[in-house]
Design a protein around this ligand. Sequence first.
Ligand SMILES: [Zn+2]
Length: 184
Amino acid sequence: MSANVWQVNYGISPSIVERVTNLDRFISWNEHLDRFSRSLEYLLVRARDIAERADSYRGFKVGCAMYAFRRYPENRELLGTRWKIFCGYNTKPTEDSLKICSEHRALADARQAGYTLIVGMALVGSPQPDDAGILHPTLHPCQVCVNMFRKAPEVKGRTAIVTAHLEENGVMDYFPFSRLNRGF
Ligand SMILES: [Zn+2]
């Protein structure tokens, strides 16, 4: 079937065919964000689901779902996995035990799987005052995580952060990581 017939019948144009068959094409940030936006509803569902696995001595639950990207690997059998979701929950089982944030788990999993870019993330939890004592309408990443993100090559200033509550109540915040990274 010629490209023209596809275009007429299915809205698929030669430029789209070229786009989807060129595995190494340049992917713009707009495309990343567009894909992230389309996945956001699902990311929030995944973040809320995994928050239930939190293990916190004070019942503090956080869930994170990161939307990660990697280029096609040399091994083409791994096709179809360029954008993938990685999730994490928080743990601090006892007051004197190590705190591991949900963002830390999600980022570590993405890195271990060879993903090189975090396009964005959904973060859900109950609001609590941040390290500066400011209570935001939604839970923001803690200072430890902000420091981790600053050093992580996968996280960019424009990596999108969407924060929401554990329950679906319409309260959300949306900002690029650069907004948390001010002052450094
Ligand atoms: Zn944290």
